[in-house]
Design a protein around this ligand. Structure first.
Ligand SMILES: Cc1cc2nc3c(=O)[nH]c(=O)nc-3n(C[C@H](O)[C@H](O)[C@H](O)COP(=O)(O)OP(=O)(O)OC[C@H]3O[C@@H](n4cnc5c(N)ncnc54)[C@H](O)[C@@H]3O)c2cc1C
Length: 471
């Protein structure tokens, strides 16, 4: 833990099957294959408290045929293959606990086609969401899924990412129409056509979305696009308590108000954002909101939300349609994770998320907040609450075993609280290594066995990102 090198073999030269694979790939890939330690460490988990477990080599691929070449070489020797997008995942997804070859997909970053008339596009997996939106801007279209980080679309699909816009536009599950993937045996499959609907066979697209690279390597994605809204307005609304803020969220969603974003920050997170982003927001529980629609529509939505907030003691709801003010606010929201770090200098920040049915949101957030206070933790709460999804950023002194033990207990309790309320161990960050231990409690043994059977059928040697998702 603490970002130390986890695998003992981290500094040792590769041997056995791995050495054979590296030798086989050295000539065709040349300088695009590296065994340098710094690069390998950069390609393993870096962001949270899980140990850094580097692969034996990193290879930068440029097309599907090269992915096939690497996978076939690894399959021939039973060597693990770990896909890498931008490495922003939070649960140890890109670690290589058994060593192996990391396939870096960042050079597969071409937008292959935009079908504006069909509201879809085809991209390589290394295209990032900001890059895609730059590409689309002049067409009046955008790709709405926004996890904050400028993540790759292959990585976002693989973690079933969502973020601030999901309450209106859905998650990656709703916005990946089809994908092409290289399987563990080196074969290439395409999971669907571009039609908006299809009842033709098993839904392999959904199977790969959220598979975290454990079933194959995605080499292209067909994505659903949305039209840029004619008007956008946004603002901030303070509440006397975190429960009243959540109650207002529940009422907003239940009353069918089509909010594009509705984000909760507790007072600790607001304080952190004020200091980090040089804002002067009221230091109490806040909702950040955004509305998309026509000029008249966003005006009406904002007014209606103000009325709902007032019913729960919230307000005043101050909102604006001016882009520069909105951008400043949402940049602060996106920087929320980094804003937490100065609250406890030297601490690690553990971002963890759960998601409950909307009607249980206020209970789950309120109980979690009480737990934080009773346990004496520093753990700001921030969340995509319109989906019943929220995060805590637990600040942990990794040199203090008591602090680490307390954080573990806190996270376990948060997950079990969510499960007891009909929720999930993770709404959007995925399972990786960190949340594996909760899967049986969430799904039950029989369902896990069905997942294992799928994994065994598609990857009988268990070379695709081993040690992730399935306990
Ligand atoms: C500050 C911060 C805030 C965040 N906020 C959010 C948020 O609001 N919502 C949210 O959903 N996430 C959030 N995340 C998490 C992260 O951004 C997402 O998980 C993102 O989807 C990861 O994309 P990536 O390109 O970095 O993937 P990586 O981290 O590189 O990879 C993630 C997983 O996908 C696999 N993978 C990558 N590419 C492929 C491929 N082409 N084929 C098959 N498997 C592949 C990897 O093997 C790994 O298992 C946040 C992260 C940070 C650091």
């Amino acid at each position: 833990m603490g970002g130390a090198i986890g695998a003992e073999r981290a500094g040792l030269p590769a041997s056995g099957g791995v050495a054979a694979v590296i030798e086989a790939l050295s000539e065709p890939f040349g300088a695009r294959l590296s065994t340098g330690r710094a690069l390998r460490e950069q390609h393993a988990n870096t962001i949270t408290w899980l140990a850094n477990e580097p692969p034996d080599a990193v290879v930068f691929v440029e097309d599907t045929a090269e992915v096939q070449q690497v996978v076939r070489a690894c399959a021939a020797h039973g060597v693990p293959v770990i896909a890498f997008g931008t490495g922003t995942s939070l649960e140890g997804q890109v670690n290589a606990p058994k060593g192996g070859i990391c396939i870096d997909l960042s050079r597969m970053n071409r937008v292959l086609a935009v079908h504006a008339e069909d509201l879809d596009c085809v991209v390589e997996p290394g295209v990032t969401r900001k890059q895609l939106n730059e590409h689309l801007r002049d067409l009046g279209l955008f790709f709405p899924i926004d996890p904050g980080a400028d993540a790759s679309l292959g990585g976002m699909a693989s973690t079933r990412a969502s973020g601030t816009n999901a309450v209106r536009y859905g998650t990656m599950k709703d916005n990946v129409v089809a994908l092409t993937a290289v399987l563990a045996n080196g074969e290439v499959i395409t999971t669907a056509r571009r039609a908006k609907k299809s009842s033709a066979g098993y839904d392999l697209t959904r199977l790969f979305v959220g598979a975290e690279g454990t079933l194959g390597i995605i080499t292209s994605l067909t994505l659903r696009l949305s039209g840029l809204p004619e008007a956008i307005s946004g603002g901030v609304c303070p509440f006397p308590t975190i429960r009243s803020a959540c109650d207002a969220v529940i009422m907003t969603i239940q009353s069918g108000l089509p909010v594009a974003r509705i984000e909760l920050l507790d007072e600790v997170q607001v304080r952190a954002c004020n200091a980090y982003s040089k804002l002067d927001l009221p230091e109490q529980p806040l909702l950040f909101l955004e509305f998309h629609g026509t000029e008249a529509g966003v005006h009406e939505q904002a007014e209606r939300f103000g009325e709902i907030a007032a019913e729960f003691g919230g307000g005043p709801f101050t909102w604006t349609a001016r882009p520069e003010e909105r951008t400043r606010l949402w940049q602060a929201r996106h920087d929320a994770y980094w804003a937490c770090l100065p609250l406890k200098p030297g601490a690690k920040a553990l971002a963890t998320d759960v998601c409950v049915p909307l009607s249980r949101l206020a209970d789950c957030v309120d109980e979690t907040k009480r737990d934080i206070e009773e346990m004496g933790m520093l753990a700001p709460i921030v969340g995509h609450v319109g989906d019943g999804n929220f995060h805590t950023v637990t600040l942990v002194d990794m040199d203090d075993p008591q602090d680490v033990a307390k954080a573990k207990i806190f996270i376990e309790r948060m997950v079990h609280r969510s499960l007891a309320m009909g929720g999930t161990a993770t709404g959007e960050h995925g399972v990786g290594q960190g949340k594996k231990k909760y899967l049986e409690a969430e799904h039950g043994r029989e369902t896990l066995d069905a997942m294992r059977a799928i994994k065994a059928a598609l990857d009988p040697q268990n070379i695709m990102n081993p040690g992730k998702i399935l306990p």
